[in-house]
Structures are given as C-alpha cells and as structure tokens.
Design a protein around this ligand. Structure first.
Ligand SMILES: *Cc1c(COP(=O)(O)O)cnc(C)c1O
Length: 383
C-alpha cells in the first residue's frame, strides 16, 4: 500500500501531440463510426468518403474537395492534373517537410528552392523572384509555385500571388499543416488555384492513418483530379484518359475524420489559447512565433527560435518534456536534392533557421499546469 502522505507526487508525462486525450473526448463516437463501415462493408469509396468531401467543402467553402490517400498524394495529384512535367520549374521552399520538394521530382519537373522569411518562416516573395530568374537562365519554364503554410500559418497570398501573376505561374498551396487557418477571413485552402492538405494523425485535423485532400474552385481541374485519383479513369474502368494513381481515401478513415471534424473548430480555439499562453510566458527570453495581423494559425507547431536550443531540448528532455526540431536539415542540402537550382543569393534564412528553431509540445489538450512546467523549463534552460 502506498502512503499518500509520503508517496512522491507523480508528474504526468507531457505528450508532444496528445491523441489519447482526444480519444477520451470522442473515442466512443469514432468507434461507432468505424463499426458502421465494418457493417456495410463499403471500404473503398463508401458513403463516408462522399460525406467527408461534402462536410469539408461546407467547412472551408471550397467548391470542390477531392479526398485522397495522403497529403503527398494530394500534391502529386494536383501536379498531374495540371500537366506539370519535364522542363517545368516548380518553386518550393527548402525549409519544409520533404514532400513539398519531392512532388515536382515525382511529376518529372524540376524543383527550384526559394528562401523563407525569418519571422513567419513562410516563402519570401523577393526570393521567389530571384528563383524565377535562375530558372529562366537555366532554360526551365516557370510553371508553378508551391508555398507552404508552415506550422499552420497561411503564406502571404497577396505578395506571392503578385509575383506568380507577373510570371504566369499557378499556385499550389501546401496546406498540409494549415487546414482550418484563415487568410483575410477566408479559409486557407480557398486562397490558391489548388490547395492540398494532409490528414496524417499528428496534423491539426487528422484521421487514424494516412489521408489527404485537394481543394479547388476550378471545375476542369476537379474533373481531372477525380480521374487521377483512380488511374486516370474516364467514363468507366476500361477507359483510361490520363496517367494516374491508386490514391483513394479509405471509408474507415473518412468515418474517423468526420467525427474529428465535428470538434475541430473548438480544438482550434483551444490551440490558439495555448499558443497565446506560450507567447506570454516566453516572449522575453526566446523568439516567439509571429502571426501576421491578416491571418490566423492553427498551430500545427509552436516553434521558437533560440541560440540555445540544444540546451532547451536537453533541459526539457530531462524533465520528461518532448521537443522536436522542424527542420534541422534544409531540403536543398540533402542528397536527392543537391543538384537542383536554388534562388539567386542563396537560402541564408533557411540555413539559419535550421540551426535555431525548436518546437514545443502543442495540442488542444495541453493543460495549464503542464504548460506552466514547460514554460518554466524553457526559462531555466536559457537563464
Ligand atoms: C505532412 C506534410 C506533407 C505530407 O503529408 P502526408 O500526408 O504525410 O503525405 C506535405 N507537406 C507538408 C508541409 C507537411 O507537413
């Protein structure tokens, strides 16, 4: 028997992203939804997939939502639907998850790396101009730009859009981390010609496996995306009009997503409150994230900058608090991507950020006491 007067106080472990607390909230509903799929047996393109597309469209305001098997697939599908390929330059940040740079290569095009801004970590429009100049010099055809709403904050669509328009580029927004965020009071996935998101479990809106979606208001692009999702299928399965993929979203994942979507707006409010609490507790000792006045973030990550980030990581780890570094190795420095062009003048901000960013635990279920512990630990590490 444990004597409660002398037993050590148990400090609950802090999760980096806490899906179990979310399960405590809606687990019964999700299990019932999964069981309904098991009962009707329509595992591929069952009614839940159509319902998820309808509910997502109503939630974000996009005319067309085409769900698919992952965020990476969503990006590839968009490039295939728009016939991006050999000889095309696709402008991507290097300070991002690998998939952003991977998809132009998979489509046969050439990624050209663009620097980011030091405050929002999002694509720098001036660097995009310099990258377009490099592409033209190299004999590539500037085709498309894939800005990333990094850590949940929308890119500066007006500024990126102005450069894109000047050079005849279309925009594929990589909204894998930002579904739910707003730019000038519009849903982030309605701000570009085509947008792609991911429902990977740790994204702000996730499912219980891989999943993604493409968003567009363009009827023709939507029609092609539906074809690409199933092997370029035309009027029936023996009619193949394009090269495509097996890229469908599962009915079981759609069932889970529908339950998570029902509480997502409330979770976003909770994420915002947690982000504000972090900023209040840390702004005087580290560089805290900047969200532009014309947007909201869904805080896929809460990422600070500090010259002492290794000490922060070690101090927090010793106290059972997980941290992560997104991203320690810029993509243009990694083996498969070293041969591709970078913007004139280089990617100095990207290279600096790779040395000083660190992300703290972030999810809607982070309690105030847990957060106070994290804040105190960061403060002690940099004191
Ligand atoms: C997660 C992510 C992706 C890829 O999504 P998956 O569903 O894992 O394929 C693409 N881009 C960015 C910026 C991401 O964070």
């Amino acid at each position: 028997m444990r004597d409660s007067a002398t037993a050590p106080v148990e400090i609950p472990a802090v999760a980096f992203i806490d899906l179990q607390s979310q399960r405590a909230r809606i687990g019964a509903r999700m299990e019932a939804a999964i069981n309904r799929v098991l009962a009707h047996g329509g595992f591929i393109m069952g009614p839940e997939v159509a319902e998820a597309e309808k509910k997502l469209a109503a939630h974000c305001g996009a005319k067309h939502v085409i769900t698919c098997s992952s965020g990476t697939t969503a990006l590839v599908m968009a490039l295939l639907a728009k016939d991006v390929g050999r000889g095309d330059a696709v402008f991507v940040p290097s300070f991002t998850f690998t998939a952003t740079a991977e998809v132009p290569v998979l489509a046969g095009a050439t990624p050209v790396f663009v620097d980011v801004l030091p405050d929002t970590f999002n694509m720098d429009p001036a660097s995009l101009e310099r990258a377009i100049a490099v592409a033209k010099q190299t004999g590539l055809r500037p085709a498309c730009v894939i800005p990333v709403d990094l850590f949940g904050q929308p890119v500066d669509f007006d500024a990126i859009g102005a450069v894109a328009k000047k050079h005849g580029l279309w925009i594929l927004d990589d909204a894998a981390q930002s579904y739910g965020a707003r730019y000038k009071n519009k849903s982030v996935v309605t701000c570009a010609e085509v947008s792609a998101t991911s429902f990977y479990p740790s994204k702000p809106l996730g499912c219980y496996g891989d999943g993604g979606a493409v968003f567009t208001d363009d009827d023709e692009v939507a029609r092609r995306l539906v074809q690409v999702r199933v092997h370029g299928q035309g009027k029936d399965r023996n009619d193949n009009v394009r090269v495509g993929l097996t890229a469908r979203f599962d009915s079981i994942q759609a069932a889970v997503l529908l339950e998570k979507l029902a509480i997502f707006d409330a979770e976003c409010v909770e994420r915002e409150a947690i982000a504000q609490r972090y900023t209040k507790g840390l702004a005087d000792v580290v560089t805290t994230p900047v969200v532009r006045a014309d947007c909201t973030s869904v805080w896929a990550q809460y990422t600070i900058r500090s010259s002492r980030r290794d000490r922060i990581a070690a101090t927090l780890q010793a106290q059972g608090i997980p941290t992560n570094i997104f991203y320690p190795k810029p993509i243009h420095t990694q083996a498969p991507y070293r041969g591709y062009p970078v913007a004139m003048g280089g990617l100095a901000v990207t290279e600096q950020l790779a040395t000083d960013v660190i992300s703290l635990p972030m999810h809607p279920y982070l309690t105030a006491p847990a957060q106070d512990r994290i804040i105190a630990a960061v403060r002690s590490a940099v004191a």
